[in-house]
Design a protein around this ligand. Structure first.
Ligand SMILES: *[C@@H]1O[C@H](CO)[C@@H](O)[C@H](O)[C@H]1NC(C)=O
Ligand SMILES: *[C@@H]1O[C@H](CO)[C@@H](O)[C@H](O)[C@H]1NC(C)=O
Ligand SMILES: *[C@@H]1O[C@H](CO)[C@@H](O)[C@H](O)[C@H]1NC(C)=O
Length: 431
């Protein structure tokens, strides 16, 4: 699917015929962003806004930034529930404690992950390389303090500021909290947190166990990774969505030459549904990426939270790249025991096979990243979207506020659920 600007604009027109202001703004934004991107990035349309089947999506990327993706079509069918999970418990106990990285102190920054092939033995081929949890969780992550590359209404703050502002802490359960500023009213941005692993990896198995993720109108959280010289080093979006969405979308973005061989989920042996294109090259598709939407309606947002969260696993080896999702009550015992055996997990929600995309040519030297932005390219453009799993009614309708930006400025209490509560991030490698 090749989308170009006039076609996108036509889609935009179809999407929001009743909101002339939004349309004008969107159109202007697209054109401005497109010109800007072309000028700034040698022809890469990094800021191009895309629209698929009535769901606006926007994409933007600059060097170290995130790229995101896409939306999707048809699957429907999750129930909207307000995110009523309790606030993360209790105050911070920051114990600076230097031992978070792993049982193997020496994992290099570019260990290559060879594929574990069909072992039926009880032992896992995967060795723990980096382990982030508990009081030492933040050791090994850098706090990003630049402007949000996706134009969100946040100010990313350093660790000291985040701690003193109560945006990060370890709760009584020993889980890390990363939240957005809930001050009732702000002039422009809200403080937020974006962290990146200092040590990189090439190939591996990344397992992230989360109890709660940010949710609600205006939010746009992600757990993802990217490599250097975007998109040359590739981008893997493991957990991502906006507003009240309840179904996760996993996406890859690459240099030209990486494709998905089919759109047929049965052939791909995945549980999810391809929602982007089959050409994953950012430069050739307006950065559409190859996105896959989960069918599980508890895989993202409020329904994920109400179910106690769950585990996401990203496997990157000679077979390609896969993303698995396990709701809280069906986490495999080999994951819990720290001896992961992906071969026993059944079908992943997403898989990008090596047959279409060399996993070590298009992806290398990744850092894992958590962030929560507000509004910005995707959440703002999806503000008036409806008929999306979890967002059957638009945020404009639900909040009675016309724009994401205005809502975020004036409704700090609505940000009470805009937090990550993470039990652990474990990065395994085969050697
Ligand atoms: C959901 O939350 C919104 C905004 O907080 C509120 O107005 C609405 O009444 C809630 N709906 C339900 C079913 O709780
Ligand atoms: C997908 O592939 C399966 C298995 O080859 C086939 O039975 C099915 O008809 C295909 N579905 C579509 C929509 O082509
Ligand atoms: C999705 O569901 C909503 C209500 O649950 C419905 O109004 C909408 O038409 C559905 N969209 C699609 C594409 O089926």
């Amino acid at each position: 699917m090749h989308f170009h600007v006039p076609f996108l604009l036509a889609l935009l027109i179809n999407v929001a015929p009743s909101d002339a202001n939004l349309l004008a703004r969107s159109t202007e934004t697209v054109l401005r962003a497109h010109k800007h991107a072309v000028k700034r990035s040698a022809g890469l349309a990094r800021d191009l806004r895309l629209a698929f089947n009535g769901i606006l999506v926007e994409q933007n990327k600059l060097g170290s930034s995130r790229v995101y993706c896409v939306s999707s079509p048809s699957d429907n069918g999750s129930t909207l529930t307000n995110g009523t999970s309790p606030n993360p418990s209790s105050p911070a106990t920051f114990a600076p404690n230097p031992t978070s990285t792993g049982s193997k102190g020496s994992s290099s920054s570019t260990t290559s992950g060879a594929a574990p092939t069909g072992s039926s033995s009880a032992s896992s081929p995967w060795k723990l390389s980096q382990n982030f949890q508990g009081n030492s969780f933040f050791n090994g992550w850098d706090f990003f303090t630049g402007a949000d590359p996706t134009n969100g209404q946040v100010t990313y703050v350093d660790q000291g500021t985040a701690q003193s502002a109560g945006l990060v802490n370890i709760n009584n359960a020993g889980n890390v909290i990363m939240r957005v500023e809930t001050t009732p009213q702000v002039a422009t941005t809200r403080k937020s947190v974006r962290i990146t692993t200092s040590k990189t990896y090439t190939g591996g198995l990344v397992i992230m166990d989360s109890v709660h993720m940010p949710t609600g109108c205006g939010t746009w959280p992600a757990f993802w990774s990217n490599g250097p010289n975007w998109p040359a080093g590739g981008e893997i979006d493991i957990v991502e969505g906006v507003n009240d969405y309840t179904n996760n979308q996993a996406t890859i973005h690459t240099n030209p030459g990486c494709t998905v061989p089919t759109t047929n989920s049965s052939v791909l042996a995945i549980t999810g549904t391809l929602v982007g294109g089959t050409n994953c090259a950012a430069a050739q598709t307006g950065n559409q990426g190859c996105g896959v939407r989960a069918v599980q309606s508890n895989s993202f947002g409020s329904t994920f939270n109400n179910n106690g969260g769950g585990v996401y696993a990203m496997q990157w080896d000679n077979n390609g790249i896969s993303v698995f999702f396990f709701p809280r009550n069906s986490i495999p015992s080999d994951v819990s025991s720290g001896k992961p055996q992906p071969n026993n997990w059944g079908q992943p929600m997403a898989h990008w096979p090596a047959s279409g995309c060399d996993p070590f040519k298009f992806f290398y030297t990744h850092s894992a990243i958590f962030d929560t932005t507000l509004c910005g390219d995707w959440a703002s453009s999806a503000w008036t979207g409806s008929g999306i799993p979890g967002q059957e009614q638009s945020c404009a309708q639900r909040t009675g506020v016309a724009t994401c930006e205005e809502f975020i400025r004036n409704n700090g209490a609505a940000m009470n659920d805009a937090y990550w509560e993470v039990k652990s991030v474990k990065i395994y490698q085969t050697s």
